[in-house]
Structure formats: structure tokens, C-alpha cells
Design a protein around this ligand. Structure first.
Ligand SMILES: Cc1ncc(COP(=O)(O)O)c(C=O)c1O
Length: 382
């Protein structure tokens, strides 16, 4: 059901992921998939283009909220009102808008490691970031709720949650989300949940719980662009259950919310409504690649450590055992690059944490096999 790109096709289709690396290097960095999006999306967007849908976005949500509500009901058994979604251009601008317009003044808790733009949006929103670290030596480690409580007690009033987590690939358990909700309520803080990876929760792991299903005061931001590999068709949604929150967003100057594309909305509606079977094939491929990665690491990089991936196609690798003992010389990510593989440097996700990398598994098994083979050669002790 998935249509993989050859290298030449991928280079043409994914100009950021493949265009940023020299010919011959395999890109396993930015979160894009090396295959076509769902036929349901391509068909809907092609038909819309043929109808001449190239105008401005409308004032309403173009049906995105109702389509999302159907998806949430089928996939997670969660009832969310269609009117809860407010379209925004993309997830990260949506997070910024929410921080600026809906979150109480005060510092923002940003758990580390984090998707790097989390730190940027907090800075752009003029807020101080308070970092809560996840123990890199504990492969089971979850959000440190005791540290979150200390941060709230010291004045932080917002927490940026990545659920499921990029880059740890972890699905937050319902009980953890309930405990977080209770802490936030106690301190008058709000949780903003980036749930863009939720449709990619893997079939054999814990179930995804939408944050708003446990905390109606929370705000979620999501889109289909990550799980359906279509970030070039911009459309995301802020999901807010409180009508007053939505009224605040809807009253913002148009320049702050507009910029989402009507074609992006067509893609989102098609994906939320008709993408389940394709998405199931993606999840199966990612789960199979995760298992393949385990086998390949054992063969080529036995000292690498990783967490069991519960969601997303992004594996978090601890390569500290392959760093030079005295900390001198190129780090594992630089050596991987020299060996023909572009990884996401761990320091981008967790400043100050050496020897980690993010590896993108959304590719063919053959390419993944070649990636790990190359890493084994590049990182082999001299
Ligand atoms: C957690 C997370 N949020 C947001 C995004 C990007 O979303 P957008 O392109 O809609 O801003 C990504 C992309 O990888 C991501 O991993």
C-alpha cells in the first residue's frame, strides 16, 4: 500500500530532506517519509486543483474540525466537538499563537529532550523556558513530574507537552497525563499538547490518550502533515474545548491565523476521513523497521542504546559508547556524516547532552539496512 521513492524520486519529491545532503549521503534526519502520501490525499488535492481551488482560505474551518472529530472517534474513542478546531498555518506557529494568546504569564516548562522549535517558540513568545530533563541513562524514563511540580511551584504557568514524544518515541500513559493535569490545575498552569505524532502511535504499544480527554483546560495543536507526509500542504489546527479560548483565537488579527492553505485543508479532510487504512500500513512499516533496527544495531553497533519505539518513526540513539574516550575528535554524528549518513544531532534536541542522535526510520528496509551498515563502519573503534 505504501509507494516507496527511489533515491532519484525522493530527491525530487523531498527537496529539504534529500536536497540538504550531498549526492550519495542517505538522509535520515528531518521528519519526512521516503514514500508518497496516501492516495486519498493525492486524489483529493489533484481534484481540488482541477476545480481551481487556488484562492484564499475561507473564514470557516473548511470542514477540518468535523473530519478530525470523526478520526478521533474511530481511532481513540474520543468525542471532540467539530467546532473545537481552529485552523492555523502549521503546528509550530499554532504553538506560538497559543503561548502568546491563551497561556498565563510566566515561564514555560519545556521537557528535554525536545523538538528544537519548542525552545524557539518559547523565546519568540517572549517567555522564559524552564527545562525539565529526562534521564538519558534510563530507557524507561518518562516526564519527571516531581521536577514539573517544582517548576510550577517556582512560578512556571505553562507546560509544552509533546505527546507522543519526539524524539523519545514514547506514548504518555493516561495516569501520567492525569497527574500532570492535577499539578497544572493546582498551580493555575496550562498544558499545551503538541499531538502531531499521535496518528503514528504503533500498533503493539500503549494506546494514545488525547490530552484534552483528561484535561478540558488543556490546548492541543495537531495536523495531518506529519503522519501523512504532507508538510508542503500547510494546514494545522488548534484544538480548544473552551469556547472562550476559541473566541480569543478567532478575534486575533487575521495575519496571525491565516496562511493555512485551502489545499492543505482539502488534504487534511481527506486524510482524517479516508486515511485510516493507509495510516495502518505506515504504522506496520514503522513497527517492522523498528524491529529491523534492533537486529541491525545488534549486528553493527552493539554498544548503541535505544528506547523501544512506541510512536513515530524517529528513533533516539545513545551513541556515547562510540565517542572518543577523551571527548576529543569528531563526535558520532559528524563521523556518521563522513560515512554517508545524515542524522539529527542529539544536541539540537537536548543542549549539552553529548553522543545522541535521532534516526529517521520512515524509509525502505533496504535503505535502513544500508544506513546502519554505514554507521557501523563509520563508528567502528579505530
Ligand atoms: C513535535 C513536532 N511538532 C511539530 C512539527 C512540525 O509541525 P509543522 O511543520 O506543522 O510546524 C514536528 C515536525 O517534525 C514535530 O516533530
Amino acid at each position: 500500500m505504501l509507494r516507496d521513492h527511489t533515491d532519484a524520486e525522493a530527491r525530487a519529491a523531498l527537496p529539504l530532506k534529500w536536497g540538504a545532503v550531498p549526492e550519495g549521503t542517505i538522509p535520515a534526519w528531518v521528519a519526512e517519509m521516503d514514500w508518497h502520501t496516501a492516495p486519498a490525499v493525492t486524489d483529493a488535492v489533484t481534484a481540488a486543483l482541477q476545480r481551481g481551488v487556488t484562492g484564499y482560505a475561507p473564514f470557516d474551518d473548511a470542514g477540518v474540525g468535523a473530519a478530525y472529530a470523526g478520526f478521533a472517534r474511530r481511532q481513540w474513542g474520543w468525542e471532540v466537538p467539530p467546532e473545537a478546531s481552529v485552523p492555523v498555518p502549521a503546528v509550530v506557529p499554532g504553538l506560538r499563537l497559543v503561548l502568546e494568546s491563551l497561556c498565563p504569564p510566566g515561564p514555560v516548562v519545556v521537557p528535554l529532550p525536545c523538538y528544537p522549535p519548542f525552545r524557539d517558540v518559547v523565546a519568540l513568545a517572549g517567555r522564559e523556558a524552564v527545562h525539565v530533563e529526562t534521564d538519558p541513562d534510563d530507557p524507561e524514563a518518562a516526564l519527571d513530574l516531581a521536577a514539573v511540580e517544582r517548576a510550577f511551584a517556582a512560578g512556571a504557568r505553562t507546560l509544552l507537552l509533546c505527546s507522543p514524544h519526539n524524539p523519545l518515541g514514547r506514548v504518555a500513559r493516561r495516569a501520567e497525563l492525569e497527574a500532570l493535569r492535577d499539578l497544572a490545575a493546582h498551580h493555575g498552569a496550562r498544558v499545551v499538547a503538541d499531538e502531531v505524532h499521535a496518528p503514528l502511535t504503533l500498533p503493539d504499544g500503549p494506546a494514545f490518550t488525547p490530552y484534552l480527554a483528561v484535561d478540558p483546560r488543556g490546548i492541543a495543536v495537531t495536523s495531518t502533515t506529519k503522519s501523512f507526509n504532507a508538510p508542503g500542504l500547510p494546514c494545522a489546527q488548534v484544538v480548544a474545548l473552551d469556547p472562550e479560548d476559541r473566541a480569543v483565537l478567532q478575534a486575533l488579527p487575521l495575519v496571525q491565523t491565516h496562511g493555512w492553505s485551502p489545499l492543505g485543508a482539502v488534504a487534511s479532510v481527506a486524510a482524517w476521513r479516508h486515511g485510516d487504512a493507509w495510516l495502518a500500513a505506515v504504522r506496520d512499516r514503522v513497527a517492522a523497521n523498528r524491529d529491523l533496527l534492533g537486529t541491525l544495531l545488534a549486528a553493527h553497533l552493539p554498544l548503541a542504546r535505544t528506547r523501544r519505539l512506541e510512536a513515530t518513526y524517529l528513533a533516539w540513539l545513545d551513541l556515547r559508547a562510540y565517542a572518543a574516550p577523551d571527548g576529543r575528535g569528531p563526535d558520532p554524528v559528524a563521523r556518521a556524516e563522513a560515512g554517508g549518513v545524515r542524522l539529527g544531532p542529539g544536541e539540537d534536541y537536548h543542549p549539552g547532552l553529548p553522543g545522541h542522535a535521532r534516526l529517521n526510520l520512515a524509509t525502505s528496509p533496504d535503505r535502513l539496512t544500508e544506513v546502519v551498515r554505514r554507521l557501523g563502519v563509520a563508528l567502528a573503534p579505530a
